[in-house]
Design a protein around this ligand. Structure first.
Ligand code: ADP
Length: 501
C-alpha cells in the first residue's frame, strides 16, 4: 500500500513532543511490513540544520493563499535507518524561524497561513511528483485541511479519485482555532464555514475540519479514544466524535527501540539489558546525579520527570508534593522540561532551596531525556490527561518504574503493583486515579516504600516492565488494517458515485 504521512514534526528532523517520535518511527515499521510510505513535513530551520542532506526535486509551487500567490519548493531526504523518502516543503518566510509553532510564549500569528500552505503543497506534490497514493495519513490540526481540500477540490482529479484519508489525533486540546477571516486563507468556499463542518463557536477549527472530512479517525490509545467522546477531554468536539465513532480507532503508539533502549542508547554511562540492569542502572544513576549536581547516593530513590511544562502534565500536583517532601523525604528529583513560566519559577525556587534534592534543567535536551530515563528509579507522569504518553513506555524498557495517573495511554500501558497484579506477574508500575496531590503523594510513598524495603518485589516490577514489548510492529499492523478499511470505503464511494451518474 502507498501511504503518504503528512506531519508537522518528525524525528530526527524536528520535534516538540510525541508526534515527532511517532512519525519518525511509524514509516519504518510500515516499510518492514512491506508497504511503501513517504513522509511530508515543513522545512523548518531545525530540519535544514539536522545534518541530513536535503536534495532538490525540481518541484516548485505557486500556491494561492488569500489574495496572494506564495512560492515554495520541494526538497527531499531519506529517513535515517529506514531510508523512507521524506519530502520537505521549503518556504523560508513561513518556516525558517527559531521555533516550530510559537516564540516567546505566543503562537505565531500566521500559523493558519503557514499550515494552509503546507497542506496545499502536499496536495499539489502528489500531482507534480506523480506519486501513487492510496491513503493520506494526516496528523493533528496542522494537516486537518488536507481531507477537506481533497474532497472539495481534488475529488475528481486524475490520480486522486481513490485516495482515502485517516486523521490521527495526537492531542485533542490543540485544535488549530483561528478567527473566521482566516477562512479566506484556506481558499475554500464560505459555505463550508458552518457548525457541521469547519466552524466552531464562530472560529475556524482545523482539527474539526479534519475530523469531519477524513474517511476515518484514529487516536493514540484505546482509552483516549473513549475519553474524547465525552467531556471534558473531547474539548468541545465530543459530539463530532460520537457521530463518527464507527470510524474512530484507538491505536497505541509503539516505541522505536533502535533509539529508546538501554541496550544501544549512546547517551548512557553504561548500556544494560534485563540480564545486567542492576549494575547498568547504578552507573547511569551515579552519572545522572553527578550531571545534576545531586549527592551520589546509590540508595536514595531518584524520581525522574521529562516533559512539557504544561498543565496537562500534572505539574501542579508535582509541585505540591515536592514542596511537602523537599525538606522531609530523602528522595532526589531529576527534572527536565520547558514551558509555562509559572512552572519554571516554581521549579527553580525548589532547586535553589534544596540543590541536594532537586536537580532541574529547564531546556530541551534529548541526551538528558535519555539519561533521566536510565538514571532514575521512578518515572513520574501524573498527567491530567495523556493521549498516549511515550515516556512511560520508554521507562519500562529502561527499568525505571512508572508512577502514573490512570488516564489515556497511561491507563492502557501501566498495571498497578497491587497484591493481585503482583501475584499474577503483570504489575509494571504504580497507578492512581483521582487528580489529587494527596493521592499522588500516597502512591509515590507506596512506590518508595517498595523500593526501600521490599527490594525483591521492586526487582520483579522492574523486570516485568523491561521484558514487555511495546515495539511498533503490532501498532503498525493496526494502522495498516485501518488504511485498508479506508481504501475499501473509498472504492465503494467512488463506485457508488459512478453508478449514480
Ligand atoms: P507530548 O507529546 O504530550 O509532549 P509524549 O510523552 O507523548 O508527550 O512525548 C514527549 C516526547 O518529548 C518524549 O520523547 C520526551 O522525551 C520528549 N521531551 C519532552 N520534553 C523534553 C525536553 N525538555 N527535552 C527533551 N525531550 C523532551
Amino acid at each position: 500500500m502507498n501511504i503518504l504521512i503528512a506531519t508537522s514534526e518528525v524525528t530526527p528532523f524536528s520535534k516538540t513532543g510525541g508526534l515527532a517520535d511517532v512519525c519518525g518511527a511509524l514509516p519504518g515499521a510500515l516499510k518492514k511490513l512491506g508497504h511503501t510510505p513517504v513522509v511530508f513535513t515543513p522545512g523548518y530551520r531545525q530540519v535544514c540544520e539536522a545534518g541530513i542532506e536535503l536534495s532538490s526535486t525540481n518541484v516548485t509551487f505557486e500556491i494561492p493563499i488569500g489574495s496572494k500567490v506564495v512560492i515554495g519548493r520541494l526538497l527531499k531526504a531519506s529517513m535515517p535507518e529506514s531510508d523512507v523518502p521524506i519530502y520537505v516543503v521549503d518556504q523560508p518566510e513561513y518556516y525558517d524561524r527559531e521555533e516550530l509553532y510559537r516564540a516567546e510564549g505566543e503562537d505565531y500569528k500566521d500559523n493558519c497561513e503557514r499550515f494552509t500552505f503546507f497542506c496545499r503543497a502536499v496536495m499539489e506534490s502528489i500531482r507534480l511528483l506523480e506519486l501513487p497514493v492510496d491513503v493520506i495519513h494526516c496528523n493533528d490540526w496542522q494537516t486537518g485541511l488536507i481531507p477537506a481540500i481533497l474532497r472539495i477540490e481534488y475529488q475528481h482529479a486524475r490520480g486522486y479519485e481513490n485516495i482515502g484519508t485517516l486523521m490521527t489525533i495526537h492531542n485533542m486540546a490543540y485544535q488549530g482555532q483561528f478567527w473566521h477571516w482566516d477562512m479566506l486563507l484556506t481558499g475554500l468556499d464560505w459555505k463550508y464555514f458552518n457548525w457541521r463542518q469547519m466552524e466552531f463557536w464562530g472560529n475556524l477549527n482545523l482539527m474539526k475540519t479534519g475530523l469531519v472530512f477524513a474517511d476515518a479517525i484514529s487516536t493514540v490509545s484505546p482509552r483516549y479514544a473513549h475519553e474524547i467522546q465525552t467531556q471534558p477531554l473531547g474539548c468541545g468536539l465530543e459530539g463530532v466524535l460520537q457521530q463518527r465513532r464507527e470510524f474512530l480507532f484507538g491505536i497505541i503508539n509503539g516505541v522505536d527501540y533502535s533509539i529508546w533502549s538501554p541496550e544501544v542508547d549512546p547517551y548512557l554511562a553504561a548500556n544494560y539489558s534485563v540480564d545486567n540492569w542492576e549494575e547498568g542502572k547504578a552507573a547511569c544513576k551515579q552519572a545522572l546525579q553527578r550531571r545534576l549536581g545531586l549527592p551520589e547516593e546509590p540508595n536514595t530513590p531518584v524520581i525522574g520527570l521529562v516533559g512539557r511544562l504544561a498543565d496537562q502534565k500534572g505539574w501542579d500536583l508535582v509541585a505540591g508534593v515536592m514542596k511537602r517532601w523537599v525538606n522531609s523525604q530523602p528522595v532526589q528529583w531529576a527534572i527536565l522540561g520547558t514551558g509555562e513560566a509559572a512552572y519554571h519559577e516554581a521549579l527553580k525556587a525548589l532547586a535553589k532551596e534544596r540543590p541536594d534534592r532537586v536537580g532541574v534543567q529547564l531546556e530541551f535536551s534529548n541526551p538528558l531525556a535519555h539519561q533521566i530515563e536510565a538514571g532514575s528509579d521512578i518515572f513520574l507522569m501524573p498527567s491530567l490527561y495523556e493521549p498516549c504518553g511515550l515516556n512511560q513506555l520508554y521507562s519500562l524498557k529502561y527499568g525505571t518504574v512508572p508512577v502514573v495517573r490512570e488516564t489515556g495511554g497511561l491507563a492502557d500501558s501501566i498495571t498497578d503493583a497491587s497484591d493481585e497484579n503482583l501475584s499474577n506477574g503483570i504489575a509494571n508500575g504504580f497507578t492512581f486515579e483521582p487528580y489529587d496531590a494527596d493521592v499522588l503523594e500516597l502512591t509515590l510513598r507506596r512506590a518508595c516504600d517498595v523500593y526501600l524495603s521490599r527490594r525483591d518485589t521492586w526487582n520483579t516490577i522492574v523486570e516485568t516492565g523491561m521484558r514487555q514489548d511495546w515495539s511498533w510492529e503490532a501498532s503498525a499492523q493496526r494502522y495498516v488494517d485501518v488504511y485498508k478499511q479506508v481504501c475499501q470505503q473509498r472504492v465503494v464511494a467512488v463506485e457508488g458515485a459512478e453508478a449514480a451518474q
